[in-house]
Design a binder for this molecule. Structure first.
Ligand code: HEC
Ligand code: HEC
Length: 305
């Protein structure tokens, strides 16, 4: 049998060229498609990224965000002017809602005559159309900053209140301790009223400014200028409450407030100062020596003799 002719599909040179080209091209096309297929997992169509981590996180994130502040970081207090401009001026610049107008002495005179503590109390707790703290939260503006704003407004409107004492930039623990002692103080005074609370906060601010370490510095009491030293202790510690009458402390220089107390023997008065009485913390919350505290009492008493 003769060999059957090849039924070769390639019969012409043209077909050969086509076959050679196809032989190269087809695998290449397949490789390209395979590579595309493997790589395809990272390509997503529109909308298919809705389960991506970023998308999900943004969808389930809490509505409220907690901003963590370092309680031990030294706090930068705003000035009275800054607080006034940011908050209080909304009403007090124009006199909106019957607010006493900034720099209008006629508006302010009757209010100023109530004294700084009453004004601060009103600013902190509100009155009529005046919202508590001008509508801010204690986290935004501390009592000290509100007090500064009150002083700034009043002093630009005819008053001459001293700049409120700045709470020490001490540790949270220190102010917490002061807060606790002031809180017990109010409780002891039985004054859980709003006024008591506001005064307690004022006292906390005042107490926090008491430089604990500085108190024994008046160990110079024994020296010739004993009166200077007792005055120093008064200024460092006692005046926080006794200058303005915070928590109903007998005011410095107020004869009427002191008279009934001074009917008692001096030893009793000293004892109250040393061991506390009602809202009056032992030694005013300081760690001064007994002699220094007694000297401070003498200094306060001499002002009402
Ligand atoms: C929403 C408007 C408004 C804002 C904001 C506002 N006040 Fe007032 N304020 C008033 C009104 C109204 C009065 C008068 C209240 C009254 O006598 O009945 C007033 C009164 C006062 C008084 C006098 C209180 C008294 O005993 O007579 C002080 C002090 C005061 N505001 C401080 C502040 C301070 C500080 C701020 C900013 C931290 C502030 N206010 C923000 C509306 C406002
Ligand atoms: C946290 C506020 C506060 C501080 C600080 C403070 N006191 Fe007082 N003090 C009071 C209060 C409130 C009273 C009235 C207590 C009472 O009668 O219930 C008072 C009363 C007194 C009395 C009169 C006691 C009597 O009835 O005979 C003397 C004296 C006194 N303090 C001395 C001092 C001395 C000295 C210092 C400083 C070393 C000082 N205080 C610091 C709040 C304070």
């Amino acid at each position: 049998m003769s060999e059957a002719p090849h039924g070769a599909p390639i019969k012409t040179p043209g077909q050969l060229i086509a076959a050679v080209i196809a032989g190269f091209a087809v695998p290449i096309v397949i490789i390209v498609l395979l590579a595309y297929y493997v790589d395809n997992s990272t390509r997503t169509g529109a909308g298919t990224d809705s389960l991506s981590e970023a998308e999900v996180t943004s969808r389930i994130k809490p509505i409220a965000q907690v901003e963590i502040r370092d309680a031990n970081a030294p706090r930068v207090y705003k000035t009275g002017e800054e607080v006034y401009k940011a908050v209080c001026s909304a009403c007090h610049a124009s006199g909106a809602a019957g607010a006493p107008k900034f720099t209008n002495t006629a508006d302010w005179a009757p209010r100023i005559s109530q004294g700084f503590d009453t004004l601060l109390h009103t600013a902190l707790t509100g009155k009529g159309a005046m919202p508590p703290r001008g509508g801010t939260s204690p986290d935004d503006y501390s009592d000290f900053e509100i007090a500064r704003a009150v002083a700034y407004m009043a002093n630009n409107s005819g008053a001459s209140f001293p700049e409120p004492a700045q709470p020490a930039s001490g540790t949270a623990a220190a102010s917490g301790a002061a807060g606790a002692s002031a809180a017990t103080a109010t409780a002891a005074a039985g004054g859980a009223s709003d006024a008591g609370a506001a005064q307690a906060t004022a006292a906390i601010a005042a107490m926090a400014s008491v430089p604990q370490a500085a108190a024994p510095a008046s160990g110079a009491t024994q020296s010739a200028d004993a009166s200077q030293a007792s005055k120093a202790l008064y200024q460092q510690v006692c005046q926080a409450c006794h200058a303005a009458g915070v928590l109903n402390a007998p005011k410095f220089g107020d004869k009427e407030a002191w008279a009934p107390r001074l009917k008692e023997p001096m030893d009793t008065v000293y004892n109250y100062a040393l061991h506390g009485k009602g809202a009056m913390p032992p030694k005013g919350g300081s760690n001064a020596s007994d002699a220094d505290v007694k000297a401070a009492v003498d200094y306060m008493v001499s002002a009402v003799k």
